[in-house]
Design a binder for this molecule. Structure first.
Ligand code: F6P
Length: 323
């Protein structure tokens, strides 16, 4: 293998740049050329390719977002789109591909391999931490810290006004961000998509807090929770307890931005280098993850199909520690 391509795809995540840097510099170490693909699979279809040298990735390890840009491509869903994309890679002399993204991005890579035989390796780049086979995804640690900083600030004002805040965090299908940040912030409750939300139990808890004259309460709600989200819950609670002073704060895309934490930079560097090594060893259709401190290879099928379990002990801990 003499030339590989690298792209970032799906929602951006802090640490993607550190991963791109690791791919380019590891490839350079092994005398392999790198083609950068801008805007993920969409850029591949539109031939938005350019050669990358080690100096192109200077001064990006500390930057959030992705210098390669990212997109969710509808055109790549069609065979014609993928044929065009593959032709562009062939014309550029690309013999292997590193995809930095989430489950949708890996599914795309797998299809490219099945249809055209291109060797493809992925690294998990998503703040959601919802991929099986890695103890953390690139961006997750930074996102939790961003949420913790925001909620600490909300707690200050909540305390001053004796208010109940519903804070909505990202996670369409996964509650990892909600759970870890909730524990770190001392949240009174954490609601996640993985478990059924018992609104009655929540009402009881809030009532108990009121009886104890708690000065503030923070409920962290993952956006995909079955309650319908922070706004819906807040309305429901206000109807039951009109005397509560409630507010809603939806943190939104601020959770995806910012300079990556040291943890994410190291993780991204290890996984990016691991992806290049895997391609050079003839591997394909695997995600490079980290488990028990070791870099591991996980078949794409497993990484995207098996759902990571939410830690039930941590969920229980929220309740023990907030009473
Ligand atoms: O998958 C990452 C993620 O940030 C989810 O947590 C969130 O639901 C989604 O992306 C938001 O996507 P978009 O940026 O397209 O609104």
């Amino acid at each position: 293998m003499k030339k590989i391509a690298v792209l970032t795809s799906g929602g951006d995540a802090p640490g993607m740049n550190a991963c791109v840097r690791a791919v380019v510099r590891t490839a350079n170490h092994f005398n392999i050329g790198v083609i950068g693909v801008r805007r993920g699979y969409q850029g591949m279809i539109e031939n938005d390719l350019f050669p990358m040298t080690p100096s192109d990735v200077s001064n990006i390890i500390q930057r959030g977002g992705t210098v390669l840009k990212t997109a969710r491509s509808k055109d790549f869903m069609s065979v014609e789109g993928r044929e065009k994309a593959m032709q562009n890679l062939r014309n550029a002399g690309v013999e292997g591909l590193v995809v930095i993204g989430g489950d949708g991005s890996f599914k795309g890579a797998l299809t490219l391999h099945k249809e055209f035989g291109l060797p493809v390796v992925g690294t998990p780049g998503t703040i959601d931490n919802d991929l099986f086979g890695t103890e953390a995804t690139i961006g997750y640690d930074t996102a939790i810290n961003t949420v913790v900083q925001a909620v600490d600030k909300i707690r200050d004002t909540a305390n001053s006004h004796n208010r109940l805040f519903f804070v909505e965090v990202m996670g369409r299908d996964a509650g990892f961000i909600a759970l870890r940040s909730g524990i770190a912030c001392g949240a009174e409750a954490v609601l996640v998509p993985e478990t059924e939300t018992y609104t009655e139990a929540l009402m009881d808890k809030l009532q108990r807090g009121w009886n104890r004259e708690k000065s503030s309460a923070i409920i962290i709600v993952a956006e995909g929770d079955d309650s319908g989200g922070a706004e819906v819950l807040a309305k429901m609670v206000k109807e039951r307890f009109p005397h509560f002073d409630t507010r809603v704060s939806i943190l939104g895309h601020m959770q995806r931005g910012g300079s990556p934490s040291a943890y994410d930079r190291v993780l991204a560097s290890e996984l990016g280098a691991g992806a290049v090594k895997a391609l050079l060893e003839g591997k394909t259709n695997v995600m490079i993850g980290r488990m028990h401190g070791q870099v591991v290879e996980v078949p794409f099928e497993k990484a995207v199909k098996h759902h990571r379990d939410i830690n039930k002990n941590l969920l229980e801990l929220v309740y023990w520690l907030s009473e």
